[in-house]
Design a protein around this ligand. Structure first.
Ligand SMILES: O=C(O)CCC(=O)C(=O)O
Length: 243
């Protein structure tokens, strides 16, 4: 697949790009089957019922999971980064959240980046999130603060770090506090910190969709309030010699 100008612009502006139906259906189905059979074998999913304590922290190696990250997808990463990127982990990681109930909100903890703040402005890595099943809004999809990659290189971000810059802003501070009834509405709409437009985005969509995330983007795990498990795969890609 080829990226269009709009895709490139979206990725560079927001640090996050949603590509719909990128992964061929047969690969997604094979990956889902591999995950479900491992869950069944471990007794974590029996006749449609979840035994959460038996959900593994890490899944075994399955060729069906590897093959989701096919050459067409890797070519997109190289194109965006302007250089070859290599997988940081030997195998993709399964992100699985059984139904948790309760009410969904923008997380107020767990915000992080997986790389040290880069000294120079430029892509230091891309994380791929592949949806292996449909993920409805509020269904546990990872949440990201789109635009936050650019905060690292603003005056306030470079001086005291991105977390500090966000905590010091009256709107963005709601990312770190459960209080305030309006926080969900405010954070899911665009807001500005240090001249950079930010917005909390939930990675929801259909099976086969992919989100590409600049690894400078701050992100967090979210609650799955639906009745269906959240099933995603992730892999981080870095320039050779990093990670
Ligand atoms: O959605 C999740 O479970 C969290 C994913 C995450 O934070 C990561 O892969 O770095």
């Amino acid at each position: 697949m080829e990226l269009g100008d709009e895709d490139r612009e979206a990725f560079f502006d927001r640090g996050l790009l949603h590509l719909e139906r990128l992964i061929p259906r047969h690969r997604v189905l094979a990956a889902k089957e591999a995950i479900v059979s491992e869950l069944t074998r471990l007794g974590a999913l029996v006749s449609g019922k979840w035994h959460v304590a038996r959900v593994p922290r890490r899944f075994g190696h399955h060729v069906e999971l590897e093959s989701v990250f096919e050459p067409a997808l890797l070519a997109c990463l190289g194109e965006l980064a302007g250089r070859v990127l290599r997988p940081a982990l030997p195998h993709p990681q399964v992100l699985l959240t059984p139904p948790q109930g309760g009410a969904w909100s923008v997380p107020h903890q767990g915000w992080h980046v997986d790389l040290a703040s880069p000294a120079t402005d430029g892509i230091s890595g891309i994380q791929v999130f592949a949806l292996i099943d449909d993920v409805a809004p509020r269904g546990g999809g990872t949440v990201a603060v789109a635009g936050s990659h650019a905060l690292h290189h603003t005056k306030v971000g470079a001086r005291s770090g991105v977390h500090h810059a966000l905590r010091a802003d009256p709107v963005a501070a709601a990312l770190f506090s459960a209080e305030g009834q309006e926080r969900r509405t405010t954070l899911l709409a665009p807001f500005s910190v240090g001249g950079v437009t930010l917005q909390v985005v939930e990675m929801s969509g259909r099976a086969g969709d992919v989100y590409l995330m600049d690894m400078r983007v701050i992100h967090a795990a979210a609650t799955n309030t639906t009745k269906k498990a959240r099933m995603m795969l992730t892999q981080r890609y870095l320039p050779p010699g990093r990670g």
